[in-house]
Ligand binder design. Structure first.
Ligand code: UD1
Length: 417
């Protein structure tokens, strides 16, 4: 198992391109199941979660191959409508295959998904929505059996919470359903719009993606296309945190600043200077930032829960107090215990954490316990005095492509051993 060794307190400098969005690539790969012919998906990051999707596609009988950051997927020879427990357990996003498989085969069999432990992560919204489209769903010995013998039929789905995955599952399924589907209280994340852009190019008719109400007109069939995945806004926020904790100036290429509209003002209020021109962000930070005041995570366009941990790492050495309120996931503060080992001053209870900035963190051995928490430990290590040893890179590799190489190219000392 790999570890990361970080020598902290080095200034970052230079420019890097931000990788393609994991959270766009995953649903787009699942959506290829409802298309015929060749799909060419560009800007796909090399990540273990993407590899799991490729393995799922191959298990289903599809052809899927990687050529650098381009994936070629053809689902014409898909024969199976079952995803085995071993693959389902590897990541939560595997559940987004359900809608497409069901729409195409009129039946599907999956077990409950795995993924990072962020508290209970039910899939009731996914299943209830598919029932609204005519699916009959039963559960047996941990497996979910879905069928719609006459095919799915469009309907109105009102989500109790704007779940990203549930919105994606319904959108994909509704593309091949008979008639019109309306999703009320849909998730509005940029990755939802990217999925809709991909599906619309394939011949789907999806209106309102990125807004609270999405309307999908079902089609007989869709065809494969070429598509380029949007840049990863969470990786961008992580690199911004890395530059801010080291008081550095860096350039980030392939930035969509509108996707960072809740994140950029937080850095600016902390004293950072940010300008974005033609997709390149110039980011510069003072030696020590001000406290970030209040960070409350919310569904998009609110502050992203996935950026909470990297920003908390930064806040530990700010001049002042930051209050975090995590409203999306119940158990998303596992990184706090590790920050405390590095000398941070944090009090947490339930969904609230209060961080009082200290002048500096010091490097020590810490343990990564989930994807974004791992990235936060890297940020903390970059800002700490001495050496930080982060045990296990397996979570990091689910969402960050070669982060050690990216940061080293920015003059950091990060080694994978
Ligand atoms: C996606 C992102 C993840 C991000 C999250 C919130 C992907 C691959 N992952 O995850 O990085 O942290 O959005 O922005 O895109 N919920 C239910 N029942 C359901 C579904 C969800 O109660 O059926 C709850 C979850 O437990 C959680 C909240 O809704 O508390 C948000 O979940 P959701 O938006 O579905 O997140 P994911 O799609 O899993």
């Amino acid at each position: 198992m790999s570890k990361l060794l970080i020598e902290g307190s080095r200034k970052l400098r230079g420019a890097v391109k931000v990788q393609g969005a994991k959270n766009s690539t995953l649903p787009i790969l699942a959506a290829t199941v409802v298309t015929e012919g060749e799909n060419v998906i560009h800007n796909c990051p090399c990540l273990t979660d993407i590899d799991v999707s490729i393995r799922i596609l191959r298990y289903l009988g599809c052809s899927a191959s990687r050529h650098g950051h381009t994936l070629l997927v053809n689902t014409d020879n898909m024969t199976d409508c079952h995803i085995p427990n071993s693959l389902m357990r590897e990541m939560r996003s595997s559940i987004v295959f359900l809608g497409g498989i069901l729409a195409r085969f009129k039946k599907a069999r999956l077990s409950f998904p795995g993924g990072c432990e962020l508290g209970p992560r039910p899939i009731d919204l996914h299943l209830d929505a598919l029932k609204k489209l005519g699916a009959v769903i039963t559960e047996h010995h941990g497996e979910i059996y879905c069928k719609a013998p006459k095919g799915l039929v469009g309907g109105t789905v009102a989500l109790a919470f704007p779940s990203v995955g549930a919105t994606e599952n319904i959108m994909i399924a509704a593309c091949l359903a008979k008639g019109t589907t309306i999703i009320n209280n849909a998730a509005r994340e940029p990755e939802i719009s990217d999925l809709a852009d991909y599906l619309n190019k394939c011949g789907a008719e999806i209106y309102g993606a990125g807004e609270g109400t999405v309307v999908i007109e079902g089609k007989e069939k869709l065809h494969g296309v070429a598509h380029t995945v949007i840049p990863d806004r969470i990786v961008a926020a992580t690199l911004m945190s890395a530059a801010a904790i080291t008081g550095s100036e860096i350039y980030l290429e392939d930035i969509m600043s509108t996707h960072l509209s809740a994140v950029i003002p937080v850095f600016e209020e902390a004293g950072c200077n940010i300008s974005v021109k033609e997709g390149t962000m110039k980011f510069s930070s003072p030696e020590r930032i001000k406290g970030l005041k209040l960070i409350r995570t919310n569904p998009y366009p609110g502050f992203p829960t996935d950026a909470q941990a990297p920003l908390m790492a930064l806040s530990t050495v700010s001049r002042g107090i930051t209050v975090f309120v995590e409203t999306i996931f119940e158990n998303r503060y596992k990184h706090i215990g590790e920050f405390l080992r590095m000398g941070a001053n944090i009090k947490a209870e339930g969904r609230v954490a209060v961080v009082e900035g200290v002048p500096e963190l010091y490097g020590t051995s810490v343990e990564a316990m989930d994807l974004r928490g791992s990235a936060a430990l890297v940020v903390a290590g970059l800002g700490a005095q001495g050496t930080t040893e982060i045990d296990t890179t397996k979570y990091l590799e689910r969402g960050y492509e070669d982060l050690d190489v990216v940061l080293s190219s920015l003059n950091a000392s990060v080694k994978k051993i």
